[in-house]
Ligand binder design. Structure first.
Ligand SMILES: NC(=O)c1ccc[n+]([C@@H]2O[C@H](COP(=O)([O-])OP(=O)(O)OC[C@H]3O[C@@H](n4cnc5c(N)ncnc54)[C@H](O)[C@@H]3O)[C@@H](O)[C@H]2O)c1
Length: 252
């Protein structure tokens, strides 16, 4: 078991990539704090983990609120005694929109969840991990931060910021043997996908996404969960500061 005796906190774990990762991490021995702003999805993830014989606890967490993020991290310590892996994965999408039509409320929301949410997780976990002199932070960025598509200006910008934050912290925390890695999925068949695709001819939009991926298919949430598991495990002990692409060749 690759995460035996480890404690992982995963945000956005009530759906998609976060849920698939929570289930896989638990199968590999981790005790998991499932964090999400949506209680129903979070509780369902915990139920699925317990059903497969694993240990998990749900903490309703809005990652844009530092007090919530602190409570989420404290839960790992109180319930399971330590924190080994923080997976800052919660995020929001946007529909394809020319920049002049991106309204400020959407821009603020994307920055709050995708950038500040990841920042708060890193900022509040750093003292614990530094004290421990071990640990891994995984931040979900996107191929959007490496090979952006037109029409997603605000979203792409947030994912670029996550990659830069990740690289900065990889250097800042390396003296403490704490690794920090960004996970960069290409389009993934999760509940988020329709938000990118929009409602104008979804079948055609999906076809165009697939056509842009050399391996010829979308990611599944499980593709990302397997990559996250490896990155979180000791098998990736020399991997830090990387923007790790799971993209079927999209970024080549
Ligand atoms: N689906 C894709 O095509 C794709 C591609 C590249 C990157 N990503 C990134 O992957 C991550 C996970 O996305 P997904 O595809 O699993 O989407 P998803 O919509 O299935 O899951 C996102 C989860 O984040 C939660 N969330 C949203 N705002 C939150 C907040 N303020 N606090 C806490 N939780 C919050 C949602 O409730 C949801 O459960 C995101 O960061 C996303 O940007 C997704």
């Amino acid at each position: 078991m690759r995460l035996a005796d480890r404690v992982a906190v995963i945000t956005g774990a009530g759906s998609g990539i976060g849920r698939a990762s929570a289930l896989l991490f638990a199968q590999e021995g981790a005790r998991v704090v499932v964090a999400d702003v949506e209680a129903t999805g979070g509780a369902e993830t915990v139920r699925l983990i317990q059903q497969q014989g694993g240990a998990a606890a749900f903490v309703r967490t809005d990652v844009t609120r530092p007090a919530d993020v602190q409570r989420m991290l404290d839960t790992a310590l109180e319930q399971y005694g330590r924190l080994d892996v923080l997976f800052n994965n919660a995020g929001l999408a946007m529909p394809f929109t020319p920049i002049e039509q991106v309204d400020e409320a959407l821009l603020d929301r994307l920055l709050a969840v995708n950038v500040k949410g990841v920042f708060f997780g890193c900022q509040l976990a750093a003292p614990m991990l530094k004290r421990q002199r071990s640990g891994v932070i995984l931040n979900t960025a996107s191929t959007a931060g490496i090979r952006p598509r037109p029409g997603l200006s605000a979203y792409n910008m947030t994912k670029g910021a996550v990659i830069t934050l990740t690289k900065t912290l990889a250097l800042e925390l390396a003296p403490y043997q704490v690794r920090v890695v960004a996970l960069c999925p290409v389009a993934t068949d999760s509940p988020m996908l329709p938000a990118f695709i929009g409602d104008q001819d979804p079948a055609e939009a999906r076809r165009r996404f697939i056509e842009s991926i050399p391996l010829g298919r979308l990611n599944t949430p499980e593709d990302l969960a397997r990559a996250a598991l490896w990155l979180a495990s000791d098998e990736a002990a020399m991997v830090t500061g990387t923007a790790f692409e799971v993209d079927g060749g999209r970024d080549v």
